[in-house]
Design a protein around this ligand. Structure first.
Ligand code: UN1
Length: 498
């Protein structure tokens, strides 16, 4: 019998009010049911928001360092359970254990960052323009935050959002991706075990069309943080805009790795292998474009194709595998469709392109690491986010051309250049239109204490990571204390032009 999981509302584990359920299956062995989860609707969100509203004051009244202690403790529990979480995550979404351990570690790092930040939520003080008057700022919670998270980083991304939201004193309604409800459940259990009071974090499982929409429309949710596709991001921004809700969006990427002729070629090959095929290419930071200088093109491609052929594809629970399955059948179809598009556009398929079949492969959704050369700037496989193990290689003849090609997409999340020429490196830092630029390192591997987010259509200008999301989840109040004992008029009493 598959294990049953529940929503968590006002401290109670409960079924969806409509009684509906969905199965969460292992993408490496589709017959294996990881768990049965509620397929909730609008009514469950309503209940969750009610709880979140009732418990706002109690949570907001706790001193920030006390909230920090609880969050730090949840990091300790995650350390103890790291292996258990990693295995569960691999079973529910496929990426290899090394990576699910990393994902969990990113959650732990974020918990400890929040703990530290609880003693560092500084405001601003400033001299007043008037005598006998003090000025400073404090930050208050917004109220209740709606958290909508993706399946590719089932622990790290909810942590990026929920820890800052909680530390700032908000209560939460959390809708994890329907492909990764188990890791999300584990996270909520850990927060509860660490001492987050009932009703402060409410978990509602279910599809975006019901649960996500209900969060979006609910008047008592003041801020929404979302990571996922640009199409959904646009919809969230539209509805949030209409209702004047704050929204932080982390959307797509089409991340380039440039390799110049002076680069350390072996290092650059390692970089693109990890960036393009790690997590089966299912990262918003994945390297989906290799922008390769013509002078090293043939040599580089020989080594890259040889190394890619050596990658072991299979169940992520087997430590010797390098690449796991893709998340589900519809995603696999979407990736294969992009392979067809690439062929039709005239790109040359030099490796892969197919679903892997035979033996254990038939049990899941495995895809060959795929490389296209003769990709021209402007082709769809060069412009659109594929979210799979497909690398488009674009041959360029100069540094200037590399930068033009790199920037000529709607997204701007991550970017990378391999070069030993400091002028190229510095100019790339200056010119690449991306929220993250790596020098001699792949496009993946952001650290939790640095800003994470992108230029252009990758988002709406916010950043996750480090101190930046704390601004997203807080309302600033400016306080003026006049101890002069008389009415003082700003701008008028202080008019220095008179
Ligand atoms: C994502 O792909 O959505 O920088 C997040 C990285 C990871 C986070 C990726 N630390 O690749």
């Amino acid at each position: 019998m598959a294990q049953k999981f529940y929503n968590f509302i006002d401290g109670e584990w409960m079924k969806a009010l409509n009684g509906e359920t969905t199965e969460n299956r292992n993408p490496a062995h589709w017959d294996e049911i990881v768990g049965i989860f509620p397929k909730s609707g609008k009514e469950d969100v309503k209940k969750a928001v009610e709880a979140a509203v009732i418990h706002r004051e109690e949570w907001a009244n706790l001193p920030v360092p006390e909230r920090g202690q609880i969050l730090g403790r949840s990091g300790d529990i995650m350390v103890e359970k790291k292996e258990e979480i990693a295995k569960l995550m691999t079973r529910e979404m496929g990426k290899i254990l090394k990576e699910t351990r990393g994902d969990t570690q990113e959650g732990i790092d974020t918990a400890y960052y929040a703990f530290g930040e609880s003693r560092r939520l500084y405001g601003v003080t400033s001299p007043s323009e008037l005598p006998n008057k003090a000025i400073f700022t404090i930050t208050k919670p917004i109220g209740t935050a709606g958290i909508i998270s993706p399946w590719n980083f089932p622990m790290a991304i909810p942590c990026w959002k929920i820890y800052p939201a909680l530390l700032m004193g908000n209560t939460i309604v959390f809708k994890p991706a329907t492909d990764t409800p188990a890791t999300a459940t584990k996270f909520v259990e850990i927060l509860t075990e660490a001492g987050v009071p009932k009703g402060v974090v409410n978990l509602v499982h279910g599809p975006g069309s019901r649960v996500g929409e209900a969060i979006l429309e609910h008047p008592d949710i003041g801020v929404i943080s979302f990571t996922g596709s640009s199409a959904v991001g646009r919809r969230i921004a539209e509805v949030a805009g209409k209702n004047l809700k704050r929204v932080s969006l982390e959307l797509g990427g089409k991340n380039p790795q440039i390799v110049m002729p002076d680069a350390d070629i072996d290092l650059a090959v390692e970089g693109v292998l990890w960036g393009a095929f790690g997590t089966t290419g299912q990262r918003c930071t994945a390297t989906s474009r290799l922008i390769l200088h013509k002078d090293i093109f043939d040599k580089f491609m020989d080594i890259l194709i040889g190394r890619t052929k050596g990658l072991k594809i299979g169940d992520g629970l087997i430590e010797s595998n390098d690449v796991g399955p893709v998340i589900n059948e519809s995603q696999l179809k979407k990736i294969l469709n992009y392979v067809d598009i690439g062929k039709q556009e005239g790109a040359k398929l030099v490796l892969g392109g197919n679903r892997l079949t035979g033996g254990n492969y038939d049990e899941g959704f495995f895809m060959e690491p795929t490389i296209f050369t003769e990709v021209k700037a402007g082709m769809r496989i060069e412009q659109e986010e594929i979210f799979g193990p497909v690398l488009s290689v674009i041959k360029i003849s100069s540094f200037e051309e590399a930068i033009t090609v790199a920037n000529d997409v709607e997204y701007g999340l991550s970017s990378s250049i391999y070069t030993n020429n400091v002028k190229y490196a510095m100019r790339a830092i200056d010119k690449l239109e991306a929220g993250i630029t790596y020098i001699n390192a792949p496009t993946i591997g952001a650290e939790c204490h640095m800003p994470f987010g992108g230029f252009k259509n990758t988002g709406n200008g916010h950043r996750e990571g480090g101190k930046w999301p704390y601004e997203v989840f807080g309302e600033i109040k400016t306080v003026y204390i006049d101890y002069s004992g008389k009415l003082q008029k700003a701008q008028i009493d202080t008019d220095i032009t008179k």
